[in-house]
Design a protein. Sequence first.
Length: 551
Amino acid sequence: MPSSSFHQLHSFLSRFNHCLRSLHAVNHRTQLFLSTVDHPALDCYDDDDEDEVQLLRCLSTRSLQQARHLLDKMPQRRIGRVLGKQLHAHIILNGLDDDDYDGRLLKSLIYMYSKFGIMDAAHYLFGKCSDSGAVESLNTMINGYIQIGQLEKARSLFYAVPFPDTMSWTSMITGYFHSGDTTEACRLFSWMPKRDAISWTAMISGHVQNELFTEAIEIFQNMRVVGVSPLDSTYSTLLGAVGAMAHLELGKQFHCLLSKVRFKFDMILDNSLISMYGKCGDIDSARCIFDRMISRDVISWNSMIIGLSHHGLANEVLKVFETMQDTGMKPNSVTFLGVLSACSHTGMVDRGWELFHSMTREHSICPEVQHYICMIDLLGRAGKVTEAEEFIKRLPFEPGLAIWGALLGVCNLRNSNMAVAERTAIHVLELDPCNAPAHVLLCNMYAANHHQKEERMLRKEMGLKGVRKSPGCSWILLKGRVHIFMSGDRSHPQSNEVDTTILGLDDGEQKKCLYSKHGYLCGRQRCDVAKVSQSQRFFEVKLFLVQPPFG
């Protein structure tokens, strides 16, 4: 076989995923489709997918019309699996694997199978690699196993290699973080013989993914101490952590640091800054960064829309949404989550319905579960819980716990429709018999409507099931320090001062801060402040605590 043809085939494999996006013409696809052949790697395919099997038959017999129909309805990933099998068959039939003198073709095939999660085939080919080729393909295999959740196989492979490189170490660390095993990830990082910026960033990203934000920032500080220069992705990850903590001052510090080490920000950093400022409450700074951007992608627009939505600026959200479309940028599913959420928080029911219907009619975007939840929230916040229940009944799929839980949440906002709340709680309990919020909501509503017998029976049932409500948790930032509070927890070193502050308030001030045992704000409902437990007072009056900001 001519050497140029071999290199062309290798190049095609290396760019396989990118090629899939441009394979729109059936005639172009069929040029690579050949009959299947017997081979151990090809036998590793899962033939349970009827569409894939049928497509293979159509391509083998050149039934183009039927193949076109199947291709139109199949996702690209599944099309790629079929194309990959045919391409491998082409290689075997033409003896191209015999001409793979440097192992590049074999490594490309391993990469292809790993990307599709067909690890049995990848493992078979991996066993045929030379020693040097096995080391180079190790990272591909580890990432493939991690991708499908087989961490133990990745671990066995990692420890079987005498001298894994830095990328292999980093892949394993990332895998442990994905599985939630932060302890093992940190232990592995401490054993690394050599750490680069990518491995440090993986540590920071892993802690952020597991919501260990303070630890992530400490790792970043250690990274700078040892003299490793952070990557743009490092800063982007940290800005995400700052946004999750709503720590504005720390976000400004990172922004200042970035300005010193980066002469010009790329789009990813600008997007991260917009998102961070939006989550931290400084929407003006977010808008300033957005306005100065020379070019914007859909993430830029979404970050601005979501930031404005979080601040309840629905009119501004809709203006940005319209401008986005005027510039030719197509909204995606995340965009609509932002605009629907804005409508929900401001009671714009009619506009919300218009946007929801426009997703499919004008933008060909199929609503996902989160979009339906937004509509349930929109109706519920507007007091239309009955309409929200009817909306759920018309869903094109069987509603699960997330859907019924959303309706349960809006039922908790108002006590005007006992019947809907009770039916919703029953649906939730059918799906999750030990669901604490459903039990608590029913208890509260029974108590609010003076159904004492039902309340006692339900509380007894909760005790028998061992259902316990998770304690409320929140925090405030005061003088650069985050103070965390749990309901009923007195571990804070200044809890006595908090109690003293509460007792010093008159009844009117306490009513503005405390929630009654029924879960409704005392300022809007009748309640006896004296009946509110001390643990509830400690939790809810945290805004008065410790030291006044001017102290």
